[in-house]
Design a protein around this ligand. Structure first.
Ligand SMILES: [Zn+2]
Ligand SMILES: [Zn+2]
Length: 499
């Protein structure tokens, strides 16, 4: 180890003067970090440091779940190169060499070149190598280090520090996919059925031009490492960390955390499903009941939702459409509507539950697609959009179909997922906007029953608007729409507006 000339360690939370605070904030915004760095390590290399290594220690506080490091340095124009590696208190954690970009490590996933594993409190060390610095050249380096507390939701996305696309839009995705990290399989080079690598399913979703996916292997957390590696390559397809909590009394997808969730509902460690929900709440993640009406037994173990005393007001969504089961005995819509009738506001979503990325049938990736109105294409905003409920399910997963619905009463207007205050006798004016559904039929459902407020329910143009009025009776109600083709097949499943 060489000497440590003018090595400065500044605590990022040490009340800097206003200007410094402003510059830190500006830099943080530019880097898409919601917080300034927790530690800034600085130092200088000179020509005499050529072909040397330097260890730069820093302290990781207890309770840290993720470390992110950004290294920058001057002198690149004079061909200075500084390599980066890392040791935790016990072992070597990686060597990225001169690769550019931020490094992120957690228990479950790490930037390629680095090892996932426990983020132990204590003395960690950056390892800086100098493969080239010219005689007489001085290069200053800055390493910004961010600590994310265990259980914190990511400011933007788990696998990307910036949104993949800016601005509000309807974003399309598949929220239920499996890889070889659970029981997803595909055909190998020699024709064998093998555990399918994550790359294949993500690639299949990209081929379907989806905006986002959640990979939801059963109870596992091992796929997050693979997904972190894939996100920079798939820079138009947001990858959301998901997991199918798979219990003996039901399945539920959890989105937006990479931390372990004890799935053993009914065991001594997790007595009831509500104890699963409690863990999800602590992790600020989103949970959705999957295929609640599937059969259960030796064909599909624990597949039907049987968790008798589960408090579904602690759940945010339900998989109203799983794969090709939009209707029929396995459909999830009746379960969903029964919860809505109990006054529980759940967003209806869809997921293909694909276990084979090569399946190009109507059971493959993107059938159905969940379409979410979100402020930008990031994990945080997509999950916020699902919570808010301005969402519809496109059963056939087309790239251009759209359903928008608003309801207005007493001066207020809400979209799907919203709640209106409508006193007895008030008129509720409902507007429906559908695109690329010419010739289809709008079906209006109030409190689980089909009603006929539209004198002419047919959609008569590729861009079509319909409206109708309902009368409030002072009671609690919800309304949503389906769109069916002329043969009655379900094409679009809308989410409710409540009053
Ligand atoms: Zn399942
Ligand atoms: Zn599944």
């Amino acid at each position: 180890m060489t000497g440590m000339p003018d090595l400065g360690v500044r605590r990022g939370r040490g009340r800097p003067p206003h200007l410094t605070r402003f510059l830190l904030l500006l830099a943080a915004i530019l880097l898409c970090h919601a917080q300034p760095p927790d530690i800034v390590l600085t130092g200088t290399f000179s020509g005499s440091d050529n072909h040397t290594y330097r260890e730069v220690p820093f302290k990781v506080p207890a309770g840290t779940g993720r470390i992110t490091i950004e290294l920058s340095y001057s002198g690149r124009d004079q061909r200075t190169v500084i390599d980066l590696g890392l040791f935790d208190p016990e072992r070597f954690r990686g060597w990225g060499g001169g690769k550019q970009g931020a490094v992120s490590l957690s228990e479950t996933d790490a930037t390629p070149s680095y090892l996932p594993g426990p983020i132990r409190a204590g003395r960690w060390k950056l390892l800086l190598g100098v493969p080239n610095i010219r005689p007489g050249v001085r290069s200053d380096f800055t390493a910004k280090i961010y600590f994310e507390r265990s259980g914190a939701a990511p400011a933007v996305s788990t696998f990307s520090s910036a949104p993949l696309r800016a601005g509000p839009a309807w974003y399309r995705g598949d929220l239920h996919l499996h890889t070889g990290h659970s029981d997803g399989s595909c055909i190998s080079q020699s024709g064998q059925t093998v555990p399918c690598p994550a790359f294949k399913i993500v690639s299949a979703a990209a081929d379907r031009h989806l905006d986002f996916i959640a990979v939801t292997d059963h109870n596992s957390t091992s796929h997050y490492g693979a997904l972190r590696e894939l996100q920079p390559y798939f820079d138009r397809l947001l990858i959301i960390p998901g997991r199918e909590i798979t219990t003996f009394e039901g399945h539920a997808n959890v989105f937006g955390t990479t931390e372990f969730i004890d799935f053993r509902a009914g065991s001594a460690s997790v007595p009831t499903m509500n104890d699963v929900f409690r863990q999800v709440e602590k992790l600020h993640a989103l949970i959705s009941v999957n295929h609640p009406n599937d059969p259960t037994g030796e064909e599909c173990m624990g597949c039907r939702w049987l968790a008798a005393n589960a408090d579904l007001s602690r759940v945010q969504a339900v998989e109203a459409v799983n794969g090709g089961n939009a209707e029929g005995p396995l459909a999830g819509i009746p379960f969903w509507e029964a919860q809505l009738n109990r006054g529980i506001h759940l967003t209806g979503i869809g997921g293909s539950d694909t276990h084979n990325p090569d399946d190009k049938s109507r059971a493959g990736v993107g059938y159905p697609t969940t379409v979410v109105q979100a402020a930008e294409l990031s994990e945080r905003r997509i999950l916020e959009g699902i919570r808010a409920g301005n969402v519809f399910i496109d059963v056939e997963g087309r790239p251009d179909r759209l359903l928008e619905m608003t309801a207005a009463s007493v001066g207020a207007t809400v979209e799907m997922g919203g709640t209106l205050k409508a006193p007895m006798g008030a008129t509720i004016h409902v507007s429906v906007h559908a695109t690329q559904l010419n010739g289809a039929i709008t079906e209006v459902i109030q409190d689980g029953r089909t009603v006929s407020p539209l004198s002419e329910p047919a959609i008569k143009a590729a861009d079509f608007r319909q409206s109708f009025d309902m009368a409030a009776d002072g009671g609690r109600h919800w309304i949503r729409v389906n769109i069916r083709n002329r043969e009655g097949r379900l094409l679009i499943v809308g989410n409710p507006i409540y009053w």
